[in-house]
Design a protein around this ligand. Structure first.
Ligand SMILES: N[C@@H](CCC(=O)N[C@@H](CS)C(=O)NCC(=O)O)C(=O)O
Length: 207
């Protein structure tokens, strides 16, 4: 099967992490897609043009990181990444959704810098996303001792780590670590796992 990615995509990184954590390297070929390009040949493979995208050997295909990760996790008949044995029911999906919500906001915010020249950026939009990111980073700093985040690897941890690891600066000049040492230490610890260390995103190229 084939997984289409870009090296800087945090969503695609989740699938790349799961491939390593579940030892699927021999079963999944990772291919770099050309996204955000007019007439990219990738659009003939995936009409949405987004990554990650998983093409199965039987021709079926999956979009959306959460679905792709769930599928990859199930391949060995022993899915582990949607369970948190030491946490109350619903804690894992609660924190996973919260991490995804933060990631969605940060992605929009950072795209404003990556893809828009300074003269057409929206101060209103940037202010809104900056405030959201600050609230959510603070919330995760308070949640960091939750058993979902301290127990065995799961999708809440993968989502949170793919959002923040390797991104000390989330958007132009915004450094999140200094005021949140507990969250920063958690990210450093999880970042030592080979699956995260080897998928660290390249530095962003500002517009
Ligand atoms: N909700 C999707 C988001 C995927 C996504 O936004 N991917 C971005 C890269 S981070 C992309 O492929 N962008 C290319 C485009 O918008 O054309 C998921 O979870 O997989």
């Amino acid at each position: 099967m084939k997984l289409y990615i870009t090296p800087g995509s945090p969503y695609a990184r989740m699938a790349r992490v799961v491939i390593q954590e579940k030892s699927l390297e021999d079963r999944v070929e990772i291919i770099q897609a050309k996204t955000r390009t007019e007439n990219s040949p990738y659009y003939d493979i995936n009409p949405s043009g987004r990554v990650p995208f998983l093409l199965l050997d039987d021709g079926r295909n999956f979009e959306e990181s959460s679905l792709i990760c769930r599928y990859l996790d199930s391949l060995d008949g022993n899915p582990t990444l949607e369970s948190a044995p030491d946490a109350p029911e619903w804690e894992l999906p609660r924190l996973e959704s919260m991490a995804r919500s933060m990631l969605d906001g940060i992605s929009l915010w950072s795209r404003e810098y990556t893809y828009r020249p300074a003269e057409i950026r929206s101060d209103f939009f940037i202010g809104h996303e900056t405030a959201r990111a600050i609230r959510m980073l603070d919330a995760f700093d308070r949640e960091i001792d939750n058993p979902v985040l301290t127990g065995p690897l799961n999708m809440a941890q993968v989502t949170l780590a793919c959002t923040l690891h390797g991104r000390d600066e989330l958007a132009d000049g915004f450094e999140w670590r200094g005021e949140r040492p507990k969250l920063a230490a958690w990210i450093d610890r999880i970042g030592e796992r080979p699956s995260f260390a080897s998928t660290k995103p390249p530095p962003r190229k500002p517009h």
